[in-house]
Design a protein around this ligand. Structure first.
Ligand code: PLP
Length: 389
């Protein structure tokens, strides 16, 4: 059918094709923590954020199944109506306890958590200051809030300080947001410096620790690793990565959490998570608390890879290798796939122009042989630009 909607979308897709930016879904199934299957091949995967392979853990699966059998597959309504299934209380208590906060609120996803938190706490008289590489959901949360938004250079606390010094006074409230571990770069935010600045300028610090939980700080995340527990009033995270489940959360004080339960639109007007998903996440958290050895493995694997390759030591479970153009990144990913290694090419607009890359995510499920195979093959086949992101 020819109409303007179809014509326009087809033209836009053709532009993406010409710029090597077209993305395609591929059906992939995961049968253990480190391997993925497509219709015709099996790969060792370095593309999953299931850092501890807890999505496949027998106790986590059993907890999810048991809750599903008892309470059904869906929660039936928003949590404020009748969707606050019995599994929530245990999970929120555990999260708060784990992060050393008074309370915690679970949202439908990490993305929804940031949209809800920023738009509930911040308004048009306020200022939001973001690291320039902050995740899409922080950018869109700031848009939804309608606040003035400024960006500081990546991990540059001095630049953040300059922005706060220049603009703090003209605004009612200020919120500074960063990722604890940057999702496409794997480096860590200077949380101690940022906490100090925020205290000095009466700004509220939000740390999105989607990739630090379960990996850094004995599993407690970037804030614990940086030694600033108690000094980051908004500790946001996701249940969808190291916890192997789905959903998002924030750990904060009781008044902040009670306010978000009343005012965060993505909490109030979206259905509660299925009971099985909530129960699985709580069980995963319990395992992280008790299994100290498991939690060290993703970073140990990442460090082994960077050591063998002779590049800067990994700071987290994520290691990028910059290749420059989208075409180079896509070609490198395809060459690794031919050798049975599943490594995604990350291209603009996810990362800045000219910094397309391979992104390696390391898991507790990778064996020493997996890491050795990867390092050897990458060393043989890939010529990175040598730049750091
Ligand atoms: C994945 C991710 C999110 C979103 O979490 P979901 O639970 O997948 O919606 C938010 N922030 C960062 C930094 C992430 O990497």
């Amino acid at each position: 059918m020819t109409n303007s909607l179809n014509t326009w979308t087809r033209d836009r897709l053709a532009v993406l094709d010409r710029r090597d930016r077209r993305r395609e879904l591929r059906t992939t199934s995961r049968h253990d923590g480190a391997r993925v299957h497509t219709a015709d091949a099996e790969f060792i995967s370095f593309a999953c954020n299931d850092y501890l392979a807890l999505s496949r853990h027998p106790e986590v699966i059993a907890a999810g199944m048991e809750a599903t059998l008892r309470h059904g597959t869906g929660s039936g309504a928003s949590r404020l109506i009748s969707g606050n299934n019995p599994e929530y209380e245990n999970l929120e208590r555990r999260l708060a306890n784990f992060k050393g906060s008074e309370d915690a609120v679970v949202f439908g996803s990490g993305y929804l958590a940031n949209l809800g938190i920023l738009s509930a706490l911040m308004g048009n008289r306020d200022l939001i200051v973001l690291d320039e590489l902050a995740h899409s959901c922080l950018l869109n949360g700031a848009k939804l809030a309608g606040s003035k938004t400024l960006y500081f250079r990546h991990n540059d606390a001095d630049h953040c300080n300059e922005l706060l010094s220049a603009h703090r006074r003209a605004h009612r409230h200020v919120l500074v947001a960063t990722e604890g571990v940057f999702s496409m770069d794997g480096d860590r935010a200077p949380l101690a410096r940022l906490a100090e600045l925020c205290e000095a300028h009466d700004a509220w610090l939000l740390c999105d620790d989607a990739h630090g939980l379960g990996v850094l700080g004995h599993g407690r995340g970037s804030v614990a690793e940086a030694g600033v527990a108690g000094r980051v009033p908004l500790q946001m995270g996701t249940l969808s990565k190291a916890l192997g489940s789905y959903g998002g959360f924030v750990c904060a004080s009781r008044p902040v959490c009670d306010f978000l339960r009343n005012r965060a639109q993505t909490f109030v007007y979206s259905t509660g998570l299925p009971p099985g998903v909530v129960a699985a996440a709580a069980k995963a958290l319990e395992i992280i608390e008790r299994d100290a050895a498991l939690v060290t493995r993703p970073l140990t694997n990442a460090l082994e890879f960077t050591h063998v390759l002779g590049i800067a030591p990994a700071a987290s479970a994520i290691v990028p290798l910059l290749l420059g153009s989208s075409a180079a990144a896509t070609a490198a990913s395809a060459r690794l796939a031919e050798r049975g290694l599943f490594v995604p090419a990350i291209r603009p607009p996810t990362v800045p122009q000219g910094t397309a890359r391979l992104r390696f995510a390391f898991s507790a499920a990778h064996t020493d042989a997996d890491i050795a195979a990867l390092a050897t093959t990458v060393g043989e086949l890939i010529q990175p630009t040598g730049e750091t992101p």
